[in-house]
Ligand binder design. Structure first.
Ligand SMILES: NC(=O)c1ccc[n+]([C@@H]2O[C@H](COP(=O)([O-])OP(=O)(O)OC[C@H]3O[C@@H](n4cnc5c(N)ncnc54)[C@H](O)[C@@H]3O)[C@@H](O)[C@H]2O)c1
Ligand SMILES: [Zn+2]
Length: 360
């Protein structure tokens, strides 16, 4: 089992990475002295896929398993209060409750949010089961639920007390869900680590087939990159965490323009990264060759590099993105593979969006 420390001043914790990790979670939790009643939050799908492993690890009087529906539906005020009601029912005077979130990013976000507000905060442990959750959502302490008006509109920062990443969970992901995470993995290579980018280029087949050593390298490197960025800018106040948004200005705009229907987040990020790289080359911030490398890698993982969109809708959505300041975009720009830069007031974006739109 590999341990990646997240060295935060007030909330340090460890990310544990390894195959067959689930049985090792309760003893680790004991060491951390998190409490005497663990509420395991998961979904019926995960429970049915991993019944034996989850039951074996958590079937004791010290744990209670509760489920919410799969997917984004669970990140709602209805399920927020349902989960809280369930916890209240079992939280008697001699109990010290903590939460164990076993699932994708939606479970981590909902569980983390519950843990941050229940009794003004209880400990929370993340056991991510999708690639996206393992390399992104479970690390960094962002929690949220959606309202019908907007996604992730209610949220907090609540760092987990530990994260357990077991790539064995990924074996049951569908190809679409796997690609969802690959878009973010490619992003980490682009923003911070050329070797990771090259590794992804070289080992496509092995990664798609989830060869053990390759998966361990992939998830631990991505998790480590996210951890280092979070260490430097825990609450996103210094602008350092902004680089995690590479490709996301366009992605959010595309998702809004497509009303979250046709494009998944990972697909939108893939297109957004190609756009940001091409714009960087057009602005002379990187060579066209570097931008082309991004496009090639996105293609290699069968992620889209372009989408049909109505230019006016997309440009409007970009302008409404929260990173857009007084008419000028704040964007993460590519300098070279492994290095990006945050640029305020990116010029020519209108022209670039237009050109991008007409080239497909
Ligand atoms: N907090 C953060 O920093 C952060 C960062 C990125 C994304 N997010 C959030 O994460 C969510 C997306 O996460 P996601 O992509 O993991 O989606 P998800 O949690 O909805 O999971 C996707 C689907 O995969 C299923 N699933 C989960 N694990 C599985 C497994 N091992 N095998 C088979 N099926 C499995 C789930 O039941 C679900 O149906 C969004 O709500 C997003 O806002 C949060
Ligand atoms: Zn993302």
């Amino acid at each position: 089992m590999k341990t990646i420390p997240v060295k935060l001043k007030e909330n340090p914790y460890s990310i544990f990475v390894g195959y067959n990790l689930v049985s090792k979670i309760p003893p680790q939790i004991k060491k951390l002295k998190l409490g005497n009643l663990g509420v395991v939050l998961t979904t019926p799908k995960i429970l049915s896929l991993y019944k034996n492993r989850i039951n074996k690890a958590f079937k004791s009087r010290e744990y209670k398993i509760i489920t919410v529906p799969d997917g984004e539906k669970a990140k709602s005020k209805e399920y927020l209060f349902k989960v809280i009601s369930e916890i209240i029912k079992i939280d008697t005077w001699n109990k010290k409750v903590f939460l164990v979130c076993v699932g994708g990013g939606t479970i981590g976000d909902l569980g983390g949010f519950v843990a941050s507000i229940y009794k003004r905060g209880i400990p929370c442990v993340q056991v991510p089961t999708t690639l996206l959750a393992q390399i992104d959502a479970s690390i960094g302490g962002k929690t949220a639920i959606d309202l019908k008006e907007a996604k992730n509109i209610l949220g907090t920062f609540h760092q987990p007390r530990a994260v357990f990443i077991d790539p064995l969970f990924l074996k049951t992901l569908g190809p679409k869900q796997f690609k969802e995470g690959m878009a973010e993995a490619i992003k980490y290579g682009i923003i911070k680590k050329k070797e990771l980018f090259e590794f992804l280029t070289k080992h496509r087949k092995g990664i798609i087939n989830q060869k053990k050593d390759l998966m361990l390298y992939l998830v631990s490197n991505c998790a480590q990159i996210k951890a280092r960025i979070v260490e430097e800018d825990e609450k996103e106040t210094k602008g350092i965490r902004t680089i995690l948004n590479f490709g996301h200005t366009m992605a959010h705009a595309l998702e809004t323009a497509h009303q979250y229907k046709k494009l998944s987040h990972g697909e939108a990020v893939a297109i957004g990264m190609v756009f940001a790289s091409q714009l960087s080359a057009t602005l002379g911030k990187c060579t066209h060759n570097e931008a082309q490398k991004v496009k090639n890698l996105v293609k290699l993982y069968s992620l889209p590099t372009a989408a049909t969109f109505d230019y006016a809708t997309l440009y409007g959505a970009i302008c409404y993105d929260k990173k857009f300041i007084s008419g000028k975009a704040r964007m993460v720009i590519l300098r070279r593979i492994g290095k990006v830069e945050v640029v305020e007031g990116v010029p020519m974006i209108k022209k670039a969006v237009c050109k991008f739109g007409s080239s497909i």
